[in-house]
Design a protein around this ligand. Sequence first.
Ligand code: SAM
Length: 412
Amino acid sequence: MVYDFLRKDFEDGIVDKLEESLSLPASRAIIFDENKISKETLKSLFPLLIDHPYLKNALIDTNQNYQLGKTLLHEIGAYYVMDSSAMLVAYFLEAKDDDFILDMCAAPGGKTIALSLLNPNAYIVSNDISKSRLLETIKNIERMGLSNICLTLNDLTNFELDTLTFDKIILDAPCSGSGMFRKEKKMEEDFNLEKIKALLPIQEKLLEKAYSLLKPGGELIYSTCSFTYEENEGQIISFLNKHEDMKPVEIDNSPYFYHHKDLPFGLHVFYHRFPGEGHFIVKLRKNGSCETNKKVNIIEHVSSERIFLTNEKFLSLGKDFYILRPGILKANKVSKTWKLEHHYAKTKNDLVKIEIDEKNAKNYIYGLNIKIDEDMDGYVVLTYKNIPIGLSKISSHNAKNLYPKGLRKKIN
Ligand SMILES: C[S@@+](CC[C@H](N)C(=O)[O-])C[C@H]1O[C@@H](n2cnc3c(N)ncnc32)[C@H](O)[C@@H]1O
């Protein structure tokens, strides 16, 4: 049905090609942490993966040859599985060190994670309206061992705040999801025009909020995983008509992408041109100039019997935003004693490390205690291929399992 609906806005040839490629299997991709694993290692383990055309730390599994989300390396955060087109949003944002960035609709965290891997020295505020989805985001951020992210829980359509502003914003808006039909057949069954009509005012309000939260000279990427003109070109053209100080910016003119004549700088990722699922991406710049931000100092912040490693900038958000997690969770008070947390073990380099083999790593993630050769007692971080897995307390060659209970699983 969506394809008939698209014919009123796109040339027939394009829509026919989209419809044809719908029967091909959906692709999948990984973005990896270059400090933990190299492209060569990943390619030797998964030889059918191909290079991402844009990101040097990403590989694409065009035919879903591998179960990339079920490996030990995935579990310990060597890479994150996401769509190859979704990661383009973080790439095209072109953030730099010390940028203060807002990801307005961030859960479960794909674009935030890509952004953090590409820009470990930027400050990222990842917001969502859904607490359960943000709790998933926290798990993903901890698994990947990321440290420059503050998570906030707010409905940004209904939010009075215009004092604090960001250098860059990603608005990955809630949408009809028509670009994801190859991946999720259910979305195709659920697609209807009423759904689009209900989403348009939400997208519009979120765009208005993005405008008021963006610094002069700042840049906003609006993206959806939908093909429809109404949610993409239509929404942005009407936004630009209201805000003369916002201008579209050209991000790419390669044949990988389709540009609609009404908004030539917007780009559609169509699966017959690019090895990824459907997406729409447009970048807009606000007139004016941004001053370069100063580096901020990491501070310890104690709140509700928990210690966080954070910074003044993240904490200052607390005036207006509801902060769920202001940075790295370092420790938790249990029966009057501070206990180190998993997030700290995954991100910080100052604890003693003990390398274990694949079998032991799998056993540890399953929740078992393991035997080690080292003659020592006390807290350590267990690693596999030098990648932190989690905390353990060693006593008499026995490594006690401290892997969080909610994360334990069997890996074959
Ligand atoms: C397309 S998904 C985001 C996917 C995410 N950017 C990623 O890369 O993993 C849209 C998100 O918008 C959130 N959302 C919907 N309405 C919102 C609102 N009013 N304020 C903030 N977030 C909202 C939803 O909970 C959902 O997680």
